[in-house]
Design a protein around this ligand. Structure first.
Ligand code: TNX
Length: 545
């Protein structure tokens, strides 16, 4: 009896060692030696990256140390150095992709990754083993960690169309993803209120489509519309730099070019892309707009607009040329083509569209949307890439190789998985980070109320999915629509801490996910936010009214 007790006691020591390392997302396995100890990282610590591919991970560690502790580690062994941080690729074959082991023992921290991404994630765990507060000598507890992600797609999205954010903030945003072991950045680059990526062949997309009259903070005319010339865009050079920056953090940037809906900015630049080039822009929910003349306009309010791309050869040629330039900039296998919220009113009114429906033997306008997406898919597949789109692309029949982002709940994702299509879950109910996260919130938001606890409770594999279908659920993504986020600090406030909760949903095993265990670690993470100087919601510190 006594022996059994001891066995269980020591086993549980290994298992409950968690309470002593405060890492988010929670690692798969952590053990601490029976005799506790710690090593010290300071300016004399030697940093060894075994291969050039691991240099970005070493650089990230050094940049972090420099920014938050005021020193960095040298690659040439400093005189009198007593400790080493060693980064290497594991010699073990068949380990889980993106996995790593971390061993902190006397005199050294050794991180071995299954691949460069794994090493990078090991570095993120090491960063979280460091004391949060600034010091010249940083104690790291002796610990052994073995870790790997649950999902292959761990994403965050950012809408830069409704509000524009400078390159410097995009870099910071990517760093936040990296610190949470997220690996996909979905960059929503075009929408009704702005076209944000330079396309050399069509300069008016950014010259005209990149700007609007009014920074629009409110829904209705006069509510905060200051008639400023508001906007901005990313040059191709800037885009390349962002893609490179993200790659150095094991993050893939997925660009989104919206079609056939949410196209007002493109149409303002090139009216011939509309079914009715000579009609002025329509503004639902309002009548007059100061400063507007007739003609096509970049939208100045939020919502869904009837003026969508016409499914003409002119439009397809335009989109193919745009996509050529986009694919040259983004190595991502996935290209997001939008597909959401495309009203069919103009297609119903257009004689051309009605004829096309007949000629192609389509059922109706939904069939026409499906035809549109399938044509684009064929083009993108021809370049060796795949399309991903919002769940409306299921309507009228899914394009043969398309991936689906399920945003109107989970049903789209369930249906797509059952048709053997890959899925990224982004249901509004849990992972729309544009919702309010506290009832005390007095700032404007859109969509609803989603607490950090609710985001943390999200399970990306719906119960309707059987074991054979599970592999089609690649993961999930937090969406950040910026109608009411005019500045970087508001974006930060909206993503923190819910993105931190989401990172654990996506990385850690289902069995390890437990709010009671997470909450104290999250409180330490709030201290880290303070060090980073970001704004964040403190709702978790007070019960909701
Ligand atoms: C719906 S989610 C949209 C966006 C809005 C968002 C606001 C999706 C595919 N479309 O255009 O910004 O709601 O929550």
């Amino acid at each position: 009896m006594k022996q059994v007790f001891y066995v269980i006691f020591f086993l549980s020591l290994g298992l409950t060692g968690y309470s002593q390392v405060n890492i988010i997302p929670k690692p798969a396995a952590v053990s601490m030696p029976a005799v506790k100890g710690e090593l010290t990282i300071d300016a004399s610590t030697h940093l060894v990256a075994a291969t050039p591919a691991l240099q970005p991970a070493a650089d990230f560690l050094n940049a972090y140390l420099m920014e938050y502790y005021g020193f960095f580690l040298r690659g040439i062994k400093p005189k009198g150095s007593a400790t080493t941080v060693r980064l290497a690729i594991s010699t073990a074959t068949n380990g889980p992709k993106e996995g790593y082991s971390l061993e902190a023992a006397k005199g050294s921290v050794t991180i071995k990754g299954q691949d460069a991404a794994g090493v990078f994630y090991g570095v993120q765990s090491l960063i979280q083993l460091l004391p949060v507060q600034k010091a010249a000598r940083l104690a790291v507890p002796f610990v052994t960690i073995s870790d790997y992600p649950r999902f292959a797609y761990r994403g965050m999205h950012l809408d830069v169309a409704r509000h524009f954010f400078p390159v410097s903030f995009i870099r910071e945003y990517i760093d936040y993803l990296a610190l949470h072991k997220m690996n996909y950045f979905h960059w929503h680059l075009t929408d009704d209120q702005g076209w944000r990526i330079e396309i050399k062949k069509y300069p008016k997309l950014t010259q005209i489509g990149g700007f609007r009259n009014g920074t629009i903070i409110g829904h209705f005319p006069g509510t905060g519309n200051d008639n400023q010339h508001y906007g901005g865009f990313y040059t191709q050079e800037q885009v390349k730099e962002i893609v490179r920056y993200a790659a150095g953090r094991s993050i893939t940037v997925v660009p989104e070019i919206e079609m056939p809906g949410h196209a007002s900015a493109a149409i303002a630049a090139y009216p011939e892309l509309s079914c009715f080039p000579n009609e002025p822009t329509t503004y639902p929910r309002r009548t007059t707009v100061a400063g507007d003349t007739t003609g096509k306009q970049v939208q100045q309010t939020w919502g869904v607009f009837n003026d969508v791309f016409a499914p003409t050869e002119t439009t397809f040629t335009f989109l193919e040329n745009v996509l050529d330039e986009v694919m040259a900039l983004f190595p991502s296998k996935l290209i997001h083509i939008g597909g959401d919220e495309c009203p069919k009113e103009n297609w119903k009114r257009s004689a051309f569209c009605q004829q096309l429906i007949k000629d192609k033997g389509l059922k109706d306008e939904h069939g026409l949307q499906s035809y549109f997406i399938q044509r684009i898919e064929k083009y993108i597949n021809g370049k060796g890439r795949s399309i991903i789109g919002w769940d409306e692309i299921l309507e009228g029949g899914l394009a043969p190789n398309a991936l689906v982002m399920s945003w109107r709940g989970e049903q789209g994702g369930i249906d797509a998985a059952k048709q053997s299509h890959y899925v990224v879950m982004t249901p509004g109910s849990h992972v729309y980070l544009d919702h309010s996260q506290t009832r005390r919130d007095d700032s404007l938001t859109i969509g609803g109320y989603t607490t950090v606890q609710k985001t943390y409770s999200y399970e990306p594999i719906p119960k309707e999915i059987n074991q054979a279908e599970e592999k089609f659920i690649l993961g999930a993504q937090g969406n950040v629509w910026t109608e009411y986020m005019a500045y970087p600090s508001k974006v930060e406030y909206q993503i923190f801490p819910r993105m931190t909760a989401l990172s654990e949903v996506l990385w850690s095993s289902r069995a390890l996910r437990n709010w009671t265990d997470f909450e104290p670690r999250l409180k330490i993470q709030l201290d880290r936010y303070d060090r980073w100087g970001v704004s964040y919601s403190k709702a978790v510190l007070q019960p909701e009214p």
